[in-house]
Design a protein. Structure first.
Length: 302
């Protein structure tokens, strides 16, 4: 097991760093009292785990439990005992930190000691100096936007952890008559495709049935649409990954959510799996539509 201690100035990007490491497959624990670290390392070293790295977020938020000199001494002692420990120290210039606190409107952790913001920033920097001296990586985020933070971390830490997990995808079908799925990143309206609902032999079958799926997928318009849609996904997915996206939800809608949207959602899911993306497929409104078919009430199309 290898251990990462993420520390540094408040507002410099420690939380973003911990989230980045978590996305890279690390087991992460943020804002823990430093004296717990040796016990945690002992526990992790004796417990089988699939994680190669464990990261601890440690900083002045721990209040009276935090002493930078004591933490620095502890790190050196643990390294002397043979433990693989890297320290990541996040810092930024005064003006950048001031702007971030103004934007977030949060109090600096040392504000509890009655210090005004600029004085708290200076005092924290002074207190953290012994811990900075243990750093394996010093990352300066001065002038870096939240959007650019991940690229900065990639440049500094990209080779540190195990291979980054792929984007996970979820493809769902739904019926527009029951509303849009709020969790969707991309919404596809396939109501322009030929509708099996108006064919007597197909209307009570769903897009999971071979006859409906063949009717939908073999139409020339569907074949052209799928080619264009697959080209779009082939372009989007690497760019989403570069931007830092970890989960992609695609919602495919028709009128009721039982025929066209189900067949297309299944086809998109198969395509994504073929590209190596872990993909879930679910059909939000299919059971509701099937129940309606068995109820003697006149309804609309699907």
């Amino acid at each position: 097991m290898k251990y990462l201690i993420v520390t540094g100035q408040s507002g410099a990007g420690k939380t973003a760093c911990v989230r980045y490491l978590e996305d890279k497959g690390c087991f992460c624990m943020d804002n823990i009292p430093p004296m717990m670290i040796p016990r945690l390392i002992e526990a992790f070293d004796t417990t089988p785990t699939r994680n190669q790295y464990t990261a601890f977020g440690v900083d002045v938020r721990s209040g009276e439990f935090f002493d930078a000199r004591a933490v620095a001494t502890m790190i050196r002692e643990l390294r002397g005992m043979g433990h693989q420990i890297e320290t990541i120290f996040m810092e930024a210039g005064d003006e950048t930190l001031l702007d971030r606190y103004k934007e977030s409107r949060r109090d600096h952790p040392l504000a509890q000691e009655g210090l005004p913001l600029m004085q708290a920033i200076a005092e924290e920097r002074n207190r953290l100096q012994p811990l900075r001296e243990t750093a394996s990586y010093v990352i300066d985020t001065t002038g870096i936007s939240a959007r650019a933070m991940r690229k900065l971390l990639d440049r500094n830490l990209g080779s540190l952890t195990e291979e980054e997990p792929p984007i996970r995808a979820e493809v769902m079908s739904f019926g527009f008559k029951r509303g849009l799925p709020r969790q969707a990143d991309l919404v596809v309206d396939v109501r322009f495709l030929p509708n099996p609902f108006y064919i007597e032999s197909l209307c009570r079958h769903s897009g999971l049935d071979a006859d409906v799926r063949e009717f939908v997928m073999e139409h020339p318009v569907t074949r052209e649409f799928m080619k264009k849609w697959e080209d779009l996904l082939t372009f989007l997915i690497p760019n989403y990954k570069e931007e830092g996206k970890r989960r992609l939800v695609i919602a495919v809608g028709c009128t009721g959510g039982a025929h066209r949207s189900v067949a297309i959602a299944e086809a998109i899911g198969e395509f994504l799996r073929a590209q190596g993306l872990p993909t879930e497929i679910n059909h939000r409104d299919l059971l509701l539509e099937q129940a309606r078919w068995n109820t003697p009430v006149e309804g609309g199309e699907s």
